[in-house]
Ligand binder design. Structure first.
Ligand SMILES: Cc1ncc(COP(=O)(O)O)c(C=O)c1O
Length: 274
């Protein structure tokens, strides 16, 4: 890619998207210890929440089925609307979908109390939206053990921030940037800080959401297509494409300097593009 070659900048891609065809990218990282914990506690049902195209629910439904759990999810969608391919898969893998309106969904997200649901889902294990938890962060931290060189910068797509926290903890000598996939993500700074204190090797890029979650524009589409043609690596435009766009701007604006070593973590998510 010319924006890298012109400045002698090395960009490596960590292909976590290749971990598994379905439980790919950061999904495997975030779910690993949660699923082990659910098994250790002898829970029978995994319950979580997500949107129409949720990579998290998709991975959870599949992993749950493979491991013999029942799965259920609060889904921000209307019962009457046609299921997305993501939710079709989830249902086919046995996940019970509980259609939830926007207001109730927001309430679940902000003031969730598991004891309200313990009768509805006895002997079950709650996994928060996007899997955010200490155990998810622990799983992500394992990325650090797999890197065999130092990177000046690490970039990755950000939603809940669990992946950013795990990578920033695992790589304290690198500058880690989480590129927010949605607009208005400034609040994440305060939310994530307690997990990372006293570290300051991280930042959230709120400039490359391209209009909001799952929104796109021609610049983003062009860049993702060009990268695919040159490198045979496919990115989704929801998380990873935006991350690449942020890297390009950081290079062009001089925040990534000539000779710097840069890593982008491919967090998977291609199923959502169907
Ligand atoms: C493909 C992909 N990349 C990145 C993220 C963001 O991860 P996190 O929620 O840990 O910030 C997600 C959401 O979980 C995702 O599905």
């Amino acid at each position: 890619m010319s924006f890298l070659a012109e400045r002698n900048i090395e960009l490596d891609i960590k292909r976590d998207d290749l971990i598994h065809p379905i439980v790919s990218g950061n999904k495997w990282r975030k779910l690993k210890y949660l699923l082990l914990d659910a098994q250790a506690k002898n829970c029978k049902t995994l319950v979580s929440m997500g949107g129409n195209w949720s990579n998290h629910l998709h991975a959870l439904a599949f992993a749950g089925k493979e491991l013999g759990f029942r799965t259920a999810a609060f889904v921000r969608a209307h019962k009457e609307q046609r299921l997305t391919p993501t939710l079709e898969d989830c249902r086919q893998w046995g996940m019970e979908l509980i259609f939830t309106n926007r207001v109730d969904y927001a309430q679940l997200r902000h003031s969730f109390q598991w004891n309200h649901f313990s009768e509805q889902f006895p002997n079950s294990y709650w996994i928060s939206e996007g899997g955010f938890s200490e155990l998810a962060i622990k799983g992500v931290e394992e990325i650090g053990q797999e890197l065999d060189k130092h990177y000046d910068h690490i970039f990755l797509g950000t939603g809940s921030g669990a992946t950013l926290v795990g990578v920033a903890k695992a790589c304290p000598e690198s500058r880690v940037t989480g590129v927010a996939a949605f607009s208005g993500a400034d609040y994440l700074r305060d939310q994530l800080e307690p997990y990372l204190k006293p570290q300051s090797n991280w930042r959230i890029d709120t400039e490359h959401h391209c209009g909001g979650f799952a929104k796109s524009n021609s610049e983003l589409e062009l860049l993702v297509n060009e990268f695919h043609q040159h490198n045979d690596v496919q990115f989704d435009t929801v998380y990873n494409g935006k991350c690449l766009l942020a890297i390009k701007d950081a290079v062009e604006q001089g925040r990534v300097k000539q000779g710097d070593k840069v890593l982008m973590i491919h967090t998977g998510g291609l199923q959502g593009m169907r």
